[in-house]
Design a protein around this ligand. Structure first.
Ligand code: ADP
Length: 420
C-alpha cells in the first residue's frame, strides 16, 4: 500500500464535498458523488442504488453516463446480489475477487459488457433506515480496496443518504399536492353539479308554496310559512355554494356601480338589530361622517358585511357588544366588525376562510351554519380586488376586517372651478 496515496483521498475529500454543493438537483448531486467515488478510490466505475419498496429490490439511480440508458429501469434483486447482501446486513463489504462470490449478479456485467473483478459496497443509511447501497468496482492495478476507501465511500454515502431522502420527501410532497388538487377538483365538480341540480326543484317548491300561501285558509298559513322559510334557507345555502364556486373557477360576474359603503353598513346594521336585541347584544356603527365611495357590486358587499355581522352576533354571548367601523387607509376603505365574543383559537385562524370550515365539530356545535359564511365573504371581497383578515383572542373576541380599493374622489364643483 502506498502511504502517500493513502493520505491523498482524505486530503481531497473537503474540496470534493465543497464542489458537490453547486449541484442544482438531486440527480446531478448523485452523479457527482459517483464521479468523486471513482476519483477518490481509484476505481473504474461507481453506482448508487436505491431501495424500491414496490418491487422489494434495488434500482440504479446514479451510474457513469455511458450506462445510464442501459441500467435506468434495471432491477437488482436483494437475495441474488452482493449489493442486496450489503443492504440487508447493513455492513460494508470489500471483495477482491467478485467471480468467486456466489451472490455476484452477473446480469449487470452482461448488459454493460464489463467484467467486475474487485468491489467495495457500503450501505446508504438515513436515520437508522437503510435506503440504498453505494458501490465502487475494479480498483486500479488490481489493488485491494483499503480501510481508507471504506471510510471515504461511507462519507460520500452520507451525502447520498441525505440526497435520496430529500428527493423522496420532495416526490411525496408533489404527489400529495397533486392528490389534494384532484380532490379539490372533485369537490368543486360535486358542488357545481349538486347546486345546479337542486336549484330548479327548489325554485318550483318556493314558487308554488308562495302561491299556495295566498290562497289557503288562515289555519294552514303557519305550516306554509315554515315551508317557505326553510326552502328560502336552502336557496341561500345553494347560492353561497354557487358564489364561492363561481369565484374560484373564475366565472363570477360583478355589477359595479359607485356605491357608498357607509350606506350599506347602515342598512345591514339596521337589518340585524332584531337579532342582536334577541340576545341583548349592543350592535353599533361608527362611520366618521363620510360616504366612503367605492366601485363595487352593492349586493355582493352587502352579503359580505351581513355574514360578518351575523357571525359576530352568533358567536357573542348575551349582553355582549358588536361594533362596526368604517374608515380609510391609503386609498382603501376599511370595514371592521369587532365583537367581544368567544374568539377563535390561533390554530383555527389559517383555515377560518376555507369552505366548510367550522371551529367546533358539526356534532358538538350549538349554532346552525355550514361553514360557508366566511368563504363567501372572502370571495366577495377578493373579487373586488380587496383583502379580508381576522384578529382574535379566545375568550376576548374577534375583529374581522376588510379593505376595498376606494373610488377615486371626484372633485366638488367649487374645487373644480378653482383648479381650472
Ligand atoms: P358558519 O356559517 O358555519 O358559521 P362561517 O364560514 O361563517 O361558517 O364561519 C366559520 C367558523 O368560524 C364558524 O363556525 C365559527 O366557528 C368561526 N367564527 C366565525 N366568525 C366568528 C366570530 N366572530 N367569533 C368567533 N368565531 C367565529
Amino acid at each position: 500500500m502506498n502511504p502517500s496515496q493513502k493520505t491523498s483521498a482524505l486530503e481531497h475529500l473537503p474540496a470534493v464535498i465543497r464542489g458537490l454543493q453547486s449541484a442544482t438537483d438531486a440527480t446531478e448531486l448523485l452523479q457527482r458523488l459517483t464521479t468523486a467515488a471513482i476519483d477518490l478510490t481509484g476505481s473504474a466505475s461507481a453506482s448508487v442504488l436505491e431501495f424500491d419498496e414496490s418491487s422489494n429490490s434495488l434500482r440504479f439511480v446514479a451510474v457513469p453516463w455511458f450506462w445510464q440508458e442501459l441500467l435506468k429501469d434495471f432491477v437488482v434483486p436483494l437475495d441474488e446480489s452482493i449489493a442486496g447482501r450489503v443492504f440487508v446486513n447493513k455492513k460494508a463489504q470489500r471483495i477482491q475477487n467478485v467471480t468467486k462470490d456466489p451472490l455476484h449478479f452477473k446480469t449487470v456485467d452482461q448488459i454493460t459488457n464489463f467484467t467486475t473483478s474487485s468491489l467495495l459496497a457500503v450501505p446508504i443509511v438515513y436515520r437508522e433506515n437503510t435506503i440504498g447501497v453505494f458501490e465502487v468496482v475494479n480498483k486500479a492495478d488490481d489493488a485491494n480496496y483499503t480501510e481508507e476507501d471504506v471510510i471515504t465511500l461511507e462519507i460520500l454515502a452520507l451525502y447520498a443518504a441525505m440526497t435520496l431522502w430529500s428527493s423522496k420527501l420532495e416526490k411525496q410532497r408533489k404527489s400529495s399536492l397533486q392528490e389534494a388538487a384532484q380532490l379539490d377538483r372533485l369537490k368543486s365538480n360535486f358542488i357545481g353539479i349538486t347546486s345546479h341540480e337542486l336549484r330548479t326543484p327548489l325554485g318550483l317548491i318556493l314558487g308554488h308554496a308562495t302561491f299556495l300561501r295566498e290562497i289557503i285558509g288562515e289555519q294552514y298559513r303557519e305550516p306554509m310559512e315554515t315551508i317557505i322559510r326553510n326552502a328560502t334557507r336552502l336557496k341561500e345555502i345553494i347560492e353561497s355554494l354557487t358564489d364561492v364556486d363561481n369565484y374560484e373557477s373564475g366565472v363570477a360576474r360583478i355589477r359595479e356601480n359607485t356605491i357608498s359603503i357607509s350606506r350599506i353598513v347602515n342598512e345591514v346594521v339596521s337589518s340585524f338589530q332584531d337579532m342582536a336585541a334577541s340576545k341583548n347584544i349592543t350592535l353599533s356603527a361608527d362611520m366618521q361622517d363620510n360616504e366612503f365611495q367605492v366601485e363595487a357590486d352593492a349586493n355582493k358587499i352587502t352579503v359580505a358585511i351581513s355574514n360578518l355581522i351575523r357571525n359576530a352576533i352568533t358567536f357573542t354571548n348575551e349582553g355582549g357588544q358588536v361594533q362596526v367601523k368604517v374608515g380609510s387607509v391609503t386609498g382603501h376603505v376599511e370595514v371592521s366588525v369587532k365583537d367581544n365574543g368567544i374568539g377563535i383559537p390561533a390554530s383555527a385562524i389559517p383555515h377560518i376562510f376555507d369552505r366548510f370550515y367550522q371551529v367546533e365539530s358539526h356534532l358538538t356545535r350549538r349554532h346552525t351554519g355550514m361553514g360557508l359564511g366566511l368563504s363567501v365573504a372572502k370571495s366577495m371581497i377578493e373579487m373586488h380586488g380587496g383583502r379580508i383578515w381576522v384578529e382574535s383572542v379566545v375568550g376576548q373576541g374577534s375583529i374581522f376586517s376588510f379593505l376595498l380599493p376606494m373610488h377615486p374622489t371626484k372633485p366638488k364643483p367649487s374645487e373644480k372651478a378653482f383648479t381650472t
